[in-house]
Design a protein around this ligand. Structure first.
Ligand code: NAD
Ligand code: MG
Length: 380
């Protein structure tokens, strides 16, 4: 029986993790949420963890009263999130919070020797060099939950130590596939929030519409698999059946396929190296007789070029790009800016914040803050 902690248990990945618990041999020893204590209370009563971390201090106090009859401890703030991430009895931490708020708890979990089932890609985008180095030093596994990275990981299982020569990172293309930049000047929030294949949290859904999600994933793949960004090709694949592929030296390409359902990669991260039956219906390939592949339109989706630039530069540019993107997406979700402004603001932050080739955790936090400040000052 594995003891797991779910950081971000009320989100899309968090709830799907809970949904597959009965397929895997796992016990949930802590959960964490931002503000949704109604859901947290239900989850706590169902899963009986020893600890619930609520980021918002007021909401944490409220939940403490609601759970007074249970003996479940409630903690708050970043300290609480870190306490959940480092719980002595935990084996694996599922990092399913959204945004770079996941960085410090992930690092704390690694320092405490916990394996990480990593959904929170922003952490690697901001500080991949720091996170991967620390994981190697501590001998902990970073098990990818993101479907593309899980696919790459699965493709490598039969590689017998042969290295990757190229990654083919597939992308659905999102709701605005085929549109020009000009046409994207007029899209609405409702359109951007309507993803054709996946049901996900709001932030990643907007990132998918701008294709920044694929940019973040390019950087995530670079750090996870130690490949040069130029050796990662982005391939638009509208059907989201091929979740990514790896090309080897001889030109052979191994791909992983499945229905677009996150429960499969979440489950694999938690049962690896074992495979167990999964709730996701098996792929009916003859019904999927039309799998299509396209090159991405980098002019219509400038986020891809920005991510390539951040990937090549390394240093603090990933943190700057990510922080600016988080701020811009939040402004878009609050109707403060139109959709097309998101990559423009990200670019402006990347052009403005001082570039640091070598970074510490403090530099990452500072670069993130600086990038957000620039976005806010430009929108005021
Ligand atoms: P979501 O918005 O549905 O859920 C986010 C979760 O994080 C919630 O439980 C929320 O309470 C918690 N949270 C938010 N801010 C917090 C804070 N300040 N402190 C503590 N907790 C906080 O997001 P999601 O779609 O589940 O995505 C989570 C992560 O997984 C993201 O990094 C995303 O890129 C990644 N991911 C998601 C999917 C997907 O299908 N949803 C796929 C691949 C990767
Ligand atoms: Mg993905």
């Amino acid at each position: 029986m594995k003891n797991i902690v779910i950081l971000g248990s009320t989100g899309s990945i968090g709830t799907q993790t809970i949904d597959i618990l009965d397929s895997i041999d796992a016990n949930v020893c802590a959960i964490s949420v931002n503000t949704n204590i109604e859901r947290a209370e239900q989850q706590a009563r169902l899963l009986q963890p020893s600890l619930v971390a609520v980021y918002d201090a007021e909401k944490a106090s409220e939940l403490k009263i609601r759970l007074a009859d249970t003996g479940i401890r409630v903690v708050s703030g970043m300290e609480g999130l870190i306490e959940a991430a480092t719980l002595p009895e935990a084996d694996v931490i599922v990092t399913a919070v959204v945004g770079m708020v996941g960085l410090l708890p992930t690092l704390a979990a690694i320092d405490a020797g916990k394996d990480i089932a990593l959904a929170n890609k922003e952490t690697l985008v901001c500080a991949g060099q720091i996170v991967m180095k620390r994981a190697r030093e501590k001998g902990v596994a970073i098990l990818p939950v993101d479907s593309e990275h899980s696919a790459i990981f699965q493709c490598l299982q039969g590689a017998a130590g042969n290295g990757i020569s190229r990654i083919l990172l597939t992308a659905s293309g999102g709701p605005f596939f085929g549109m020009s930049r000009e046409q994207m000047r007029h899209v609405t929030k409702e359109q951007a929030l309507h993803h054709p294949n996946w049901s996900m949290g709001a932030k990643i859904t907007i990132d998918s519409a701008s294709m920044m999600n694929k940019g973040l994933e390019l950087i995530e793949a670079m750090w996870l698999y130690d490949v040069e960004p130029d050796d990662i090709d982005i391939v638009v694949h509208r059907e989201s059946i091929v979740h990514s592929a790896v090309e080897f030296t001889d030109g052979s390409v191994i791909a992983q396929m499945g229905n677009p359902d996150m429960r499969l990669p979440i489950q694999y991260a938690l049962t690896y190296p074992a495979r167990v039956p999964c709730k996701v219906p098996p792929l009916d390939l003859p019904r999927r007789h039309n799998l299509t592949f396209f090159a991405p339109d980098e002019e219509a989706f400038p986020a891809l070029g920005l991510a390539r630039r951040a990937a090549a530069a390394r240093g603090n540019l990933g943190a700057v790009m990510n922080g600016a993107n988080e701020a811009a997406v939040d402004l878009f979700l609050h109707d403060q800016i139109p959709f097309y402004r998101i990559p423009e603001l990200v670019r402006e932050a990347m052009d403005t914040v001082d570039y640091l080739p070598e970074i510490t955790v403090e530099d990452v936090l500072e670069s993130d803050r600086a990038a957000r400040d620039i976005v806010h000052s430009l929108v005021k």
